[in-house]
Design a protein around this ligand. Structure first.
Ligand code: MN
Length: 343
């Protein structure tokens, strides 16, 4: 039997190795919530929530107060009937990352209970995924140096943060691509551009032959009309991240034909909405990538298993654990340079 009898909430702070700067935002640390579900037979399942105020409107300070309520809703339920628990957690709209952590902890407990890794419970489509690594906003010289280092380490897909200064961003991408010939790039403006700036940026990349495979979130999250204009005037594939939090956001993006790609993050949608988005996007022939917030190795494990199990992600941006100071690696996966292998 896989009945839930208890659940522990614990806060953990992780410092970034160096401050992580994106358009109009900088992070020094990530305070995450660790969830441990305990089953009647003593089996434990773990999940991690990495909250985002900027994207989800979440505050970590509110998380501890949710524990008793959530436990009250799911206590006595069996993790084998995980859809029942997922449905209950869908009601927790105020804290999508907590929904993700609890839903994942349910799958993790089920996985231990059955002796089958989560990625195989989810379908076992692939036995590994490949991640990019991100270059945050800095001076042109700092960004080129960082990109060169990643390219030498073996990261063939490099994510570059832009969105504060169009002309400067174009110069940075030009310099980075000169220093890392053969690499592919995901460029993420984190809502920093206007429609005209976004179209200009995309055309300049294309004209210079810079291999940008995804142009992420050029516009403010709510500007779906603008996103559609960018999509149809951009030679680069356009992705929604901040605009695509729940299954309902993605349904609208698909109906409006506003994007080429959706960036799924478990921290925005939980497991249940991520599964729904996978089905909608693959059916509508929209490309998928998977990203992260400030997850430690424990939290990234969730996305490694999700991405490997479903096997639908063209690009993975699961690098936060490489940017945080962590005393102990706790993910259920191995890393070989850019390969993440679920275990
Ligand atoms: Mn993004």
């Amino acid at each position: 039997m896989g009945k839930i009898v208890d659940m522990l909430f614990e806060l953990k702070e992780y410092r970034y190795v160096k401050p992580f700067r994106i358009a109009h935002n900088v992070a020094d640390s990530s305070t995450n919530l660790e969830v441990t579900l305990i089953l009647e037979n003593g089996v434990e399942g773990k999940g991690e929530a990495a909250p985002s105020y900027r994207v989800n409107g979440e505050r970590i300070e509110t998380f501890m107060s949710l524990r008793d309520f959530i436990l009250g809703e799911i206590k006595g339920l069996d993790v084998r009937n995980y859809r029942v628990i997922f449905k209950i957690m869908d009601g927790l709209r105020c804290a999508p990352s907590v929904k993700a952590a609890v839903q994942y902890a349910v799958l993790d407990a089920l996985s231990v209970e059955c002796g089958v890794p989560v990625y195989q419970l989810l379908g076992g489509a692939r036995d590994h995924v490949e991640t990019d690594k991100t270059v945050g906003i800095g001076t042109l010289e700092e960004m080129v140096e960082e990109a060169r280092k990643l390219w030498r380490e073996g990261f063939t897909l490099i994510k570059v943060k832009v969105g504060e200064d169009l002309r400067e961003d174009i110069r940075k991408l030009e310099a980075i691509s000169d220093a890392t010939k053969g690499a592919k790039y995901i460029v993420d403006a984190n809502t920093g551009y206007t429609v005209k700036e976004a179209i200009t940026f995309a055309r300049e990349m294309h004209a210079r032959g810079i291999d940008v495979v995804v142009f992420e979130q050029p516009l403010p999250a709510e500007d779906i009309d603008g996103l559609k204009i960018v999509r149809f005037n951009s030679p680069l594939p356009v992705a929604a991240d901040e605009s695509a939090r729940t299954r309902y956001d993605v349904l609208r993006l698909i109906k409006e034909e506003a994007v080429d790609f959706v960036n799924i993050k478990l921290m925005k949608s939980g497991i249940s909405d991520a599964l729904a988005i996978v089905e909608m996007a693959t059916t509508a022939n929209i490309g998928l990538m998977i990203g992260c917030m400030g997850e430690s190795s424990l939290g990234i494990s969730q996305s490694v298993h999700f991405a490997s199990g479903t096997g639908v992600f063209m690009y993975c941006d699961l690098d936060s654990f490489l940017m945080l100071e962590e005393k102990e690696f706790r993910g259920k996966f191995r890393r070989d340079v850019n390969k993440l292998i679920p275990t």
